[in-house]
Write a protein that binds this ligand. Structure first.
Ligand code: GLY
Length: 555
């Protein structure tokens, strides 16, 4: 029902390519929102390259997809130019300078439940504007202002409220959400906007115009920075003008792995995504696939065991590289380590998640991904987030953008690991100025030195596993992109020791068989919302059908 209404709405708007594999010859943009994909394609048509289109699409998503698109959060992008080295930009949020290891604990040193996801103390110093600015400054082609203008127009002139956002608006109005979030979807008379109403964001348009005119300084210095710091001070938040002024996005070398004849480039720490993906693909390379046909009990058992191992390693070793100088990244991504990790795989029984070893805490799954390929064959894979849906739900009224609650991605209680969600390992403990560990996995797979598959997803820790399964389905099972994106996904993350599967997509017999092997199957609505491009003779774009407003648009 929701899907049909959204589809009708987009056809009425003349937007095509929704949730279906799309073909194009020159350029392609796939994102969670059709307006934003259109902005990206227009930039490509104006002669912009993949970086330009990704930057413009990301700013547009900050307007049209407020639950995840942002300038108040952070993320990662990976860029494979048609000539030259693959690179990444880390624009993950950082802990404010006054953050501390005990900031979410009570007097007994125990985590106050929910405190690390609620309120202004959970806001990490935003990185999005710095990251997009750095990417454009080094690799973009069109003027910065050209990339900001479409987002400003969308905010200023407004867009018809989608069915999805209209339903969010209604439930937000009926909830005890923060005032900022409630006002986001109301008009000047305080009326809650409904489906198809024109939704304008004047304050956000003003903030974006300052960034258009002053570059990253427009966000990290001057009027915007001062207003944000004043708002923080007045409402118990931690971020100061010094935090904002100190924030820098960082260019980092990608994690590189191989799978048979393909090269895999993905995000290094402070995301755990790339290392875990490469580790899992290395383990899969050791498998005789005649024993693991797609969608069989053996296949899901194998995936689960591979995930169990990679997530244990993720928790034990990974954190912000600027605070953890001895992370064994080369070892984790090596073929030899994969062999070691597969030694004890039992084909008939579930493995054991050992609580004396490691896992990871809960993290939010309202993130968004976009993929771009331009006419020269350069590619960008970008994932960014404000952590949970609408982040904190809070923001400074005069600035008009939502703030993240990314501090929840740190391990909140050092030294305390249980069989549930709580992990207390050191690499990801809270420290001032540190980036919290992420699971975002923007990825580019290359074939003969050129982009072949550009892919990523939201979904908290499930991101790593949904990207992994999609890459595997395309590379190993030769599946068409849309089919690989739609194919059933499972998730295991060491702790809790559960095999999560998409409801209704595994037969009861299969679930029973996995249970009898010692797994603990638990169903969930859906895993991932993948946005991908496959480069063949033509460009093939695919937006996950679970994204109600997503679109693969090309020209
Ligand atoms: N906030 C989700 C992630 O960074 O993985």
């Amino acid at each position: 029902m929701l899907k049909n209404l959204t589809l009708t709405f987009c056809i009425l708007l003349g937007l095509q390519g929704l949730n279906a594999q799309t073909y194009a010859s020159h350029g392609m943009v796939v994102s969670d929102d059709a307006h934003a994909s259109q902005v990206g394609v227009d930039i490509l048509k104006q002669g912009g390259n993949a970086i330009d289109a990704a930057v413009a699409t990301a700013f547009a998503l900050a307007v049209t997809l407020p639950q995840a698109g942002n300038i108040g959060g952070g993320g990662f992008l990976i860029y494979m130019p048609h000539h030259g080295e693959v690179t990444t930009v880390d624009f993950r949020e950082k802990a404010p300078l006054s953050a501390s290891e005990s900031m979410f604990l009570d007097a007994e040193g125990v985590l106050v439940p929910g405190s690390n996801h609620k309120g202004l103390k959970t806001v990490g110093v935003p990185g999005t504007v710095a990251g997009l600015y750095l990417a454009h400054h080094k690799y973009g082609k069109l003027p910065w202002a050209t990339l900001l203008q479409p987002a400003i127009d969308l905010a200023e002139q407004g867009v018809p409220l989608s069915f999805t956002l209209a339903s969010h608006a209604k439930s937000i109005a009926e909830s005890d959400s923060p005032e900022f979030l409630k006002q986001l979807f109301t008009d000047q008379h305080g009326r809650v906007l409904g489906f198809g109403d024109i939704w304008k964001q004047t304050e956000l348009a003003n903030t974006l115009a300052i960034i258009r005119d002053q570059g990253e300084d427009g966000f990290y210095k001057g009027k915007v920075a001062q207003a944000l710091a004043d708002y923080m001070e007045a409402n118990g938040g931690l971020i100061t003008t010094k935090d904002l002024e100190n924030y820098k996005a960082i260019e980092r070398k990608p994690v590189k792995g191989t799978y048979k004849s393909y090269d895999i480039y993905s995000m290094p720490p402070p995301s755990s995504g790339g290392v875990a993906l490469v580790e899992m693909m290395n383990m899969m390379e050791l498998v005789d696939f005649s024993n693991a046909e797609f969608n069989t009990t053996a296949y899901f058992h194998l995936l689960t065991e591979v995930m169990r191992r990679a997530f244990a390693d993720r928790a034990e070793f990974l954190g912000d590289p600027d605070f953890n100088y001895d992370m064994p990244l080369d070892r984790l991504a090596s073929k030899a380590f994969a062999k070691e990790r597969m030694t004890f795989l039992d084909w008939n029984h579930a493995g054991v998640s050992d609580p004396v070893k490691f896992g990871q805490i809960y993290d939010g799954d309202n993130t968004t991904h976009l993929s771009v390929v331009d006419k020269e064959g350069s590619a960008v894979s970008l994932t960014y987030t404000i952590e949970q849906s609408y982040g904190t739900g809070m923001g400074c009224q005069e600035l008009g953008f939502l703030l993240n609650n990314e501090m929840g991605d740190f391990n909140p209680q050092s030294g305390f690991t249980d069989r549930g969600w709580l992990i207390g390992t050191t690499p990801n403990k809270i420290e001032p100025g540190k980036r919290m560990l992420s699971s975002m996995t923007p990825t580019i797979v290359a074939k003969e030195g050129k982009p072949y598959l550009v892919i990523g997803s939201p979904g908290g820790r499930t991101i790593i596993n949904t990207v992994f399964q999609t890459v595997l389905a395309v590379l190993e099972y030769d599946m068409p992109l849309q089919e690989a994106i739609e194919a059933v996904k499972i998730h295991h993350q060491w702790f809790p020791d559960e095999l999560i599967y998409e409801q209704g997509k595994l037969s009861p017999d299969l679930v029973k068989a996995l249970g009898s092997m010692g797994h603990q199957p638990v169903s969930r609505d859906q895993l991932g919302r993948l946005m991908g491009i496959l480069v063949n003779e033509v460009l093939i774009g695919a937006s996950d059908s679970s994204s109600p407003d997503g679109a693969a648009l090309g020209y």
